[in-house]
Design a protein around this ligand. Sequence first.
Ligand code: SAM
Length: 213
Amino acid sequence: MSDKQAGNTEQLDFWRGEFGSTYTERNAADAWQLQARVRLWSRIMRAMDGRSPQSILEVGANLGNNLRALSTMCSATFHALEPNPTARERLVDDQVVAPERVLDGFASEIPLDDGAVELAFTSGVLIHIHPDDLAASCGEIYRVSSRYIVCIEYFSDKPEVIPYRGHTDKLFKRDFGGFWMDQHPDLQLLDYGFAWKRMTGLDNLTWWVFEKR
Ligand SMILES: C[S@@+](CC[C@H](N)C(=O)[O-])C[C@H]1O[C@@H](n2cnc3c(N)ncnc32)[C@H](O)[C@@H]1O
């Protein structure tokens, strides 16, 4: 239990280590990715109705495809939390995020003050967190956001564990929007949607935009 409290889960080790580094080297930050992400974030930002955030944290940013897209759309200050060292190096080398705002860490223990950013979000990250750590991880995301929370994840009506690239216990799908609303009932749902692979090229992602009230 004390290991878990320190965030040292087998899922986190998996991403910190060789699997996460190979994933990062394979991951592309190309023009096509950028365009697809800009389209997705245009829809998400529309829900904020002209009140776009001035500071943004991506939890589990990897090499920053979301932040690269956001940098073409707004002038917010970016923060990235990322447990994998290869990914953190890419964020700094490619000047996606200023070095002092690229944070080594994990969702269930975010090294930022309460309300430090106006928007905190995950994209394809809650699916890799063990269900036992999910409430603590969402609790931290909630704590550091002063206004918006965005969640972009794979959806399943019921919680399920899916084999992930030949690995077990590394991908957990559920209704993450419902989970957020049940855990933090004060969250106001601004919008939600689906990035259908056939039309967007993105991986059938379901997204939710919440505002703290
Ligand atoms: C599938 S990638 C998604 C990357 C990026 N968010 C995107 O949408 O392109 C998952 C990322 O989350 C990171 N990650 C895994 N577990 C995490 C945790 N508990 N807290 C924060 N980041 C985590 C991994 O290192 C990896 O970079």
